[in-house]
Each structure stands twice: as structure tokens, then as C-alpha cells.
Design a protein around this ligand. Structure first.
Ligand code: UTP
Length: 423
């Protein structure tokens, strides 16, 4: 580990000397931790991100056009073909599930990791348990257990693992078919580009966004485990969609048959102005147009059948080839900047609790990876069977626990009434 003098030299070079202002008042353990943080932070990266912070990215010149997709309801003969291919892959143990559960869940406002949230079902199952039920159904149907990889953050890892332990890992076995791994972090900076200190005198770090999943899977040896187990496809999804289908044979079969390395599920936008990103082509490559980026004209444009031209909503349901994860993970995705409220320790050692945003946080988005593939497979699936997000508190009235509960119950009812097979 570097010495205090070496740390000073690094910080001087980058104009961050204030980080050692309170060094002498820290205990020995914290001093070591701070020196190790300084040693490991890429200050050049932080400087380049600061230069971009606050600047709006001009996407007006990007050539955006609609992207092709397959509709699961209109696959006709291919439906069975894909289903058979996918089912065989699952049976052969070629599928793993990755759940990204490192987010802060600020909009939901739950005190604890989002996956531990009870959406109010009679069973009082948590989001983690609902997801696990989906994997157990697959196990029943295909006779194999899909290994489950859960991405946590430095902030919520211990509480997440403890929750699983309390629930006997929902029948899974930790470190055999259930693995926890932590995502990376980046420092938060103020509007002058100064790295912030936390209440404890250490550098204030924040999770680096769900795009950190690729790098974290590689760095923590998870892709190695997958390859050793013969896994080819990883389903990567969020923790907050209680209707997510992690082992959908048609989706997997389509990806395999098309020979792509990334496949994404979409659902049709609820309305032209729904706050979701949509799939598109950008300069001839697959891409996403964020809802904040899309013009009214583009959002409302329809084709000759009256369908939205940009109507394929991204629901964070992806299949990624394990080799592709390693490729993406070796070169981090671009970072996006968010302006957030963050408490910090000022130069006098006082804790400041701002009541409006004061700091930049840097996050990468997992779907930015699709821009690194010349071709991806997009499968449109039905919204009511695939998408029940838990984003907001109930007071928001949309994408909240009560709407997710209603959607989940309606789906269960549909399964019962139509005697539909698990999918
Ligand atoms: P969101 O972008 O909706 O973020 O994450 P969030 O943390 O759940 O909620 P807000 O924005 O703070 O209210 C979508 C999925 O990606 C995961 C989340 O846990 C969720 O499953 N995620 C997000 C991570 O795993 N790490 C991150 O750094 C961010």
C-alpha cells in the first residue's frame, strides 16, 4: 500500500489535497483504508468525467432509425423451433441467471435492499423470493437448477446476504449454485470537481450503475465459474420486475438460432410518452433512445399499421453470451452523470446535509453494451406477462408496489384459468 507521502503526491497532481485534511484524526484502520482508496482511484478518469459533467450531450445529429424485432406472438412455426432449441440449452445447463440488485432504490424509499421488499401479496414474498420462484419453476420443468448470480453493492451486500441466509437461501446453496458478487464504485465529486469525503472521513463512493455488471462479473471470477459449469447464456435482469421470466426457452432459442451475442426483450410502450427507453438504430448500430432524449414527433410516429415506430420499450431483460460479457467487461462502458443530493464532510470536519443536489455521481448503463454489437436480437413479448416493475412508492401511482401486485396477481389468475404452462 502507498505511504502518506505518496498519497500526497498523487493528490497534489490532481488538485485533491483536501482529502488528507483530516487524516491525522482518523484511527489507524481508517488511515490505511483512505490510503488504499487513494491508491485505487483513477483520478484521470474522474477528471475527464468532471469535464463532461453538466454538459448536455448533443444527440440531435445522431442518425436514429427504427430497429427490427421479432414479435413472440407472431413467430408461427419458429415459435416451436425456438422453444425446442432454448429448452435443450436449459436442460443442458447452458443458462445462468444474473440479478442486478446493487441499486439504491431511492424512488421506492424502502429501508433495505430493494429485493427484500414485500409488495403486499398474501404470501408476503419478497421480490427476491418471487424471482427465485421463477427459477424453481424452470428447475421443475427442465430438471436442472439454473445457477443464480446476484450483484450487490458495497452498501447493500451484507444486508442482502443476511436476508438470504435468514430465508435459507430459498432452497439454493450459497457458493454452489448461488453466488453474490459486488459491483464497482466511483467517487462522488462536487461541482468544482473535488472528490467528496464521507461522514467517516473516507472517500465518498457510490455504485457505478448497472452497466458495472459486466466488469463485476469478470473481475469477481463469475464468468470463469459460468464457463467452468458449461454456461453459454446469462440472463441479466433487474431485481425489481416481479414478472421477469429468466428462463424463457423461446427467447433463448431465438438468440441461439439468430447467432447473436446479445438479445433483449421488449414490450410495447404503454403510451407514446411513457418514461421508458426504446430500442432504435443509431448510425446503423443497435441503440437505445432514452425518454429524456426522444422528441414528441419521434415518440408519436407510427408506421402504416398504426404501430409506434419507436415503441419497443427496454425492460432490462437481456441474454448475453458469456464470451461477450468478458469482452464488454474488459473495457468499461461510458459513464453517464447524475446530479444528486449527497451529504459530506466539509473542510472543517463538519457534516453537511444539503437539501438540494450538490454532487455528481457517475453511472454506466448495462444497455449501452448493445452499441458494441453489430447485431442484436429483440423479442417483443406481452407486457402483462413480463413486466411488473417496482420503481416508485405507492404515492406515485405508477410502477409501484400496488400496481406490481395487481399485475402479478392477474398473471397468476391467468395461469390458473387458462391452465397455461409455465413459460
Ligand atoms: P434503477 O435504475 O431502476 O435504479 O435500477 P434503482 O436503484 O433500483 O432505483 P432508483 O433509481 O435509485 O430509484 C434498475 C435495476 O438495476 C439495478 C437495480 O438494483 C435494479 O435492479 N442497479 C442499478 C444495480 O444493480 N446497480 C446500480 O448501480 C444501479
Amino acid at each position: 500500500m502507498i505511504s502518506k507521502d505518496e498519497a500526497e503526491a498523487i493528490l497534489k497532481k490532481h488538485g485533491q489535497m483536501h482529502l488528507l485534511n483530516h487524516f491525522d484524526s482518523l484511527d489507524e484502520q481508517k488511515q490505511k483504508k483512505l490510503l488504499s482508496q487513494i491508491e485505487n482511484i483513477d483520478f484521470d478518469l474522474i477528471e475527464s468525467l468532471y469535464k463532461k459533467a453538466g454538459k448536455k450531450i448533443d444527440t440531435s445529429n445522431d442518425e436514429i432509425s427504427p430497429i427490427g424485432y421479432l414479435d413472440k406472438q407472431k413467430l408461427y412455426d419458429d415459435y416451436k423451433k425456438y422453444e425446442n432449441i432454448g429448452a435443450k440449452l436449459i436442460r443442458e445447463g447452458k443458462l445462468a441467471a444474473v440479478t442486478m440488485a446493487g441499486g439504491q432504490g431511492t424512488r421506492l424509499g424502502h429501508d433495505g435492499p430493494k429485493g427484500t421488499y414485500d409488495i403486499g401479496l398474501d404470501s408476503h414474498k419478497s421480490l427476491f423470493e418471487l424471482l427465485c420462484d421463477n427459477l424453481k419453476e424452470a428447475e421443475k420443468k427442465y430438471g436442472v437448477r439454473v445457477p443464480w448470480f446476484i450483484m450487490t453493492s458495497e452498501e447493500n451486500n451484507d444486508e442482502t446476504v443476511e436476508f438470504f441466509k435468514k430465508n435459507k437461501f430459498f432452497g439454493y446453496e450459497k457458493d454452489k449454485d448461488l453466488f453474490f458478487f459486488k459491483q464497482g464504485q466511483l467517487p462522488m465529486i462536487d461541482t468544482e470537481g473535488k472528490v467528496l469525503l464521507n461522514e467517516d472521513g473516507l472517500i465518498k463512493l457510490a455504485a457505478n450503475g448497472h452497466g458495472g455488471v459486466y466488469e463485476a462479473l469478470v473481475k469477481n471470477g463469475m464468468t470463469k465459474k459460468m464457463k467452468e459449469a458449461g454456461v453459454k447464456w446469462a440472463f441479466i435482469g433487474g431485481v425489481d420486475n416481479c414478472l421477469v421470466k429468466m428462463a424463457d426457452p423461446v427467447f433463448i432459442g431465438m438468440a441461439e438460432d439468430k447467432g447473436v451475442t446479445i438479445a433483449c426483450k421488449s414490450v410495447v410502450k404503454a403510451n407514446p410518452h411513457e418514461n421508458v427507453g426504446v430500442f432504435c438504430e443509431r448510425k446503423g448500430m443497435p441503440g437505445i433512445v432514452e425518454y429524456s432524449e426522444i422528441s414528441d414527433e419521434m415518440a408519436e410516429a407510427v408506421d402504416e399499421n398504426g404501430e409506434l415506430l419507436y415503441g419497443e420499450a427496454n425492460i432490462l431483460c437481456n441474454l448475453v453470451d458469456v464470451g461477450k460479457i468478458e469482452e464488454i467487461g474488459s473495457e468499461p462502458l461510458p459513464y453517464h452523470v447524475a446530479y444528486k443530493k449527497a451529504s459530506y464532510m466539509d473542510e472543517n470536519g463538519d457534516i453537511v446535509e444539503p437539501d438540494s443536489p450538490n454532487a455528481y455521481k457517475f453511472e454506466s448503463f448495462m444497455f449501452d453494451a448493445i452499441e458494441r454489437s453489430s447485431e442484436i436480437g429483440i423479442l417483443r413479448d406481452t407486457r402483462e406477462d413480463n413486466f411488473a416493475p417496482v420503481k416508485n412508492a405507492d404515492s406515485a401511482g405508477v410502477d409501484c408496489p400496488s400496481t406490481a401486485k395487481a399485475l402479478y396477481e392477474a398473471y397468476q389468475e391467468k395461469l390458473k384459468n387458462q391452465d397455461i404452462d409455465f413459460k
